[in-house]
Design a protein around this ligand. Structure first.
Ligand SMILES: CC(C)(COP(=O)(O)OP(=O)(O)OC[C@H]1O[C@@H](n2cnc3c(N)ncnc32)[C@H](O)[C@@H]1OP(=O)(O)O)[C@@H](O)C(=O)NCCC(=O)NCCS
Length: 165
């Protein structure tokens, strides 16, 4: 059974061990960076929900949900928050370890993320967004097949796609 497990001191080392293929390194931050970002986001009074993706007791990936608030962009002089990134949920990070890709874990993890988001942990919102590098065709295919649609916006050099919640 696939499930999401909160990152705690008990499982953090399992999740830090998970890696993507070298050719995919440009597509997702290392898990250690994402978990540090989650910590700093929490400490700034904003939302971040980092989870390990587990198949029964086996850690297979990492997923982080966020909630986009304009305040989170204030640190960047040169990045304007795209309209769709204001007050929307976000699948902020998703990776499946290179040993376990192509087995349906990514798809199931997104389903579980959407179930979690629809419990409205940061209040109601209209959209969930996800963004990806233009050359990340496998991710784009997966997100499109789950109903995410590109809305013409970009976040830095990443393409933004949104799903109505
Ligand atoms: C993208 C990623 C999360 C997908 O997870 P996954 O468990 O490998 O994907 P799944 O097995 O659930 O496959 C779901 C769909 O993704 C697409 N897909 C995944 N891997 C693919 C591949 N090697 N070739 C073509 N399509 C692929 C397909 O559309 C597939 O659907 P299908 O099986 O019905 O054809 C995973 O490959 C990964 O971690 N990649 C590196 C990091 C990354 O790019 N993260 C996303 C950042 S935006």
């Amino acid at each position: 059974m696939i499930r999401l497990e909160k990152i705690t001191y008990k499982n953090i080392w399992d999740i830090l061990d998970l890696k993507v293929f070298r050719s995919q390194k440009n597509f997702v931050a290392p898990n250690v960076d994402s978990i540090a970002t989650a910590y700093a986001t929490h400490d700034s009074g904003c939302f971040a929900f980092p989870f390990g993706i587990y198949d029964d007791d086996k850690p297979v990936g990492f997923l982080m949900i966020g909630f986009n608030e304009a305040v989170m962009y204030e640190a960047f002089d040169d990045v304007e928050p795209p309209e769709s990134l204001r007050n929307s949920y976000s699948i902020w990070r998703l990776m499946i370890d290179k040993r376990y890709q192509g087995r349906g874990y990514g798809r199931e993890a997104i389903r579980l993320a959407l179930d979690f988001i629809r419990t409205w942990p940061c209040g109601k919102a209209e959209y969930c967004e996800i963004s990806y590098e233009p050359e990340n065709e496998n991710a784009a295919k997966l997100y499109h097949s789950m109903g995410f649609e590109e809305n013409g916006e970009t976040d830095g050099d990443e393409i933004v796609a949104v799903l109505k919640l």
